[in-house]
Design a protein around this ligand. Structure first.
Ligand SMILES: O=C(O)C1=C[C@@H](OP(=O)(O)O)[C@@H](O)[C@H](O)C1
Ligand SMILES: C=C(OP(=O)(O)O)C(=O)O
Length: 421
């Protein structure tokens, strides 16, 4: 049964705790696909992975990679849907890929068309360009050069890159338009390199020749996107002796969301890397003389965290690069607009639809507020740190399972009361 609501209240200040973060679902899902592709190329290929994420998106992918039935239900997992589509096409299986109602309105046409241009047979079962899709094993994939938009979702590009070494002539992708979420493409290429695959990414061209994945081991790093909520707690805590150690994070991370280190300096969070992670401390900051300008095109999953922190600290923000938020677990721009109103802030979309201005309210509400989460884990986790300043309820708290199932337990261990209502 779904829990309807959780009440959050800080019990203990200053917060001084160490958190074992979940491991990255982005790294895990790439590593699992690469492991399965390596096995397909040579049955004896031995890729050893450790610290695979407990995120539902990763658990779902792991389960579906071993699924013998024809219907693969990815639930609400974007990477799982996109990576499996390319995997099923290249390994010549006959499968139907489907997902939640929201997944059925998240576009996949660009990836499907690219795969079709390589010879795949993919049918849209309900609406053109959207899941559910049926993949038929008609011909082995062929072909070499494709063009693809780089500004809708990098997941299409990562999906194709991982199967590229299996194509008889490899793959040249020319990305058109802006390249968003580029660090995720780089993460894909770096992980492929870890398993022996050479590639080049120059300008808007990515080239991968026909090659064979090589055996190696890989320990998945902790999740930097999940780390962002702890940064927000430090930013919003009123006590300067707040100190949180986040375990399992590396300074030389493959994850682009490590930029939270720099972003949160604006909000008074100092990061110090130690042997097994990073220590966050609260520091005094001088007020900004002009509104901060931040672009989230390369780190879209951090936008909600930062918007909530800026709203709560009364810091106006000029936000760019939010376009892709509209096609994620929910329309995150709309969800933010609705929920930020409850703390007196207004998120204004400029007419260009390419810039958003966050106007914080004069003061935070003194009455309890209840945040809706729109079936989006990041809505729940981005608003939770407000409990440092407000009397707060979060609806449908189970949403966090998508990427960070132990989020509420970790908050409780850190000294936050988490009462299920
Ligand atoms: O490749 C990945 O692991 C991801 C890429 C990003 O999506 P887009 O490329 O669609 O922005 C990000 O938002 C998502 O959470 C994970
Ligand atoms: C957008 C996300 O995931 P996905 O696109 O893989 O569903 C996310 O985790 O914020």
């Amino acid at each position: 049964m779904m829990t309807k609501m959780i009440h959050l209240k800080i019990l203990q200040t200053p917060i001084q705790t160490a958190v074992q973060l979940p491991s990255s679902k982005s790294e895990s899902n790439r590593a699992l696909i690469i492991q399965a592709l390596a096995k397909y190329q040579q049955a004896a290929a031995n890729i050893k992975l450790s610290n695979i994420s407990e995120a539902r998106d990763t658990q779902t992918l792991q389960r579906l990679l071993g699924e013998e039935g024809k219907i693969l239900d990815v639930l609400d997992a974007g990477t799982t849907m996109r990576f499996l589509t390319a995997f099923i096409a290249v390994t010549q299986q006959h499968k139907i890929l489907t997902g939640t109602a929201r997944m059925q309105s998240r576009p996949i046409g660009i990836l499907a068309e690219a795969l079709k241009s390589l010879g795949a047979s993919i049918e849209f079962l309900k609406h053109a360009g959207y899941p559910p899709i049926e993949i038929h094993p008609k011909h082995p994939l062929q072909g070499k050069a494709i063009q693809m938009r780089g500004d809708i979702s990098s997941q299409y590009i990562s999906a194709l890159l991982m199967i590229a070494p299996l194509l008889p002539e490899g793959l040249d992708i020319e990305l058109t338009g802006k390249i968003n979420s580029r660090p995720y493409i780089e993460m894909t290429l770096q992980l492929m390199m870890h398993f022996g695959i050479q590639s080049s990414f120059e300008g808007n061209h990515i080239k991968v020749a026909h090659q064979t994945y090589q055996a190696n081991q890989y320990a998945i790093e902790s999740d930097w996107s999940g780390a962002s909520y702890w940064y927000a707690i430090v930013a919003l805590s009123e006590n300067t002796t707040t100190k949180i150690t986040l375990k399992g994070l590396r300074a030389d991370s493959l994850q682009g969301d490590r930029v939270i280190v720099e972003l949160m300096q604006h909000f008074g969070v100092k990061s110090t890397f130690v042997a097994d992670g990073v220590v966050l401390e609260k520091v005094a900051i001088a007020p900004e003389s002009t509104p901060l300008e931040l672009n989230f095109a390369q780190c879209p999953d951090l936008a909600q965290t930062v918007a909530v922190v800026a709203a709560a600290k009364g810091m106006p923000l000029q936000m760019k690069g939010l376009e892709s938020l509209k096609i994620k677990e929910t329309d995150r721009v709309n969800a933010l607009q609705q929920e930020l109103k409850k703390v007196g802030s207004h998120l204004e979309e400029k007419e260009s639809q390419a810039e958003w201005l966050l106007h914080p309210g004069a003061e935070l509400p003194t009455v309890p507020i209840t945040i809706q989460t729109y079936e989006d884990h990041r809505m729940a986790m981005a608003f939770a740190p407000l409990a440092c300043l407000l009397n707060l309820n979060i609806e449908d708290p189970e949403v966090v399972a998508k990427s960070y199932p132990r989020f509420w337990d970790d908050l409780q261990k850190a000294g936050m009361e988490t009462k299920v209502l």
